[in-house]
Design a protein around this ligand. Structure first.
Ligand code: NI
Length: 150
């Protein structure tokens, strides 16, 4: 293990200490190592062609020009990636959507960026979940054996 020195502003350091206390890390170093591992995992995963399931969550302003229509158009353009989506009217101005997606990690990342880079979209979060193809095929077979094919 190597010792490095990082520069961090006071506000962010306060956030780190809050996380250390809340999550029960033994030190700032442990907390930062864990966050870096998580970030690295997300970057590696989203770069590849690995088959994934994903949830994409975001909030958008429904009154902003043609934003709602543009979001729907983008989803239709990539209908092959979409499995389901849920829409909640948060208040008079804002909507919350959760989309469940399936496809290669990189395609999901691009689709997510396309949706969430629009002005008026906030609180966007893409959660990628790797689904090894082999395991998926096997579980479908097991599912068919249990329930029969219809
Ligand atoms: Ni709504």
């Amino acid at each position: 293990m190597e010792r490095i020195t990082i520069t961090i502003d006071d506000d962010l350091l306060t956030e780190v200490d809050t996380l250390v206390a809340a999550r029960g890390y033994t030190s700032r170093s442990e907390a930062i190592r864990e966050m870096l591992r998580e970030a690295a995992k997300r970057v590696h995963l989203s770069d590849g062609a690995a088959p994934c399931m994903a949830t994409l969550t975001y909030v958008y302003s429904r009154g902003l020009r043609d934003l709602p229509q543009r979001l729907v158009d983008t989803q239709h353009e990539h209908h092959d990636l979409g499995i389901a989506s849920t829409h909640v009217h948060l208040d008079n101005d804002d909507c919350l959507e959760v989309a469940i997606l399936r496809g290669p990690a990189e395609a999901l990342r691009r689709h997510s960026d396309e949706l969430t880079a629009q002005r008026g979209v906030r609180h966007a979060y893409l959660h990628l979940i790797p689904v090894p193809g082999e395991r998926h095929v096997r579980s479908r077979r097991a599912h068919t054996q249990r329930h029969g094919s219809r």
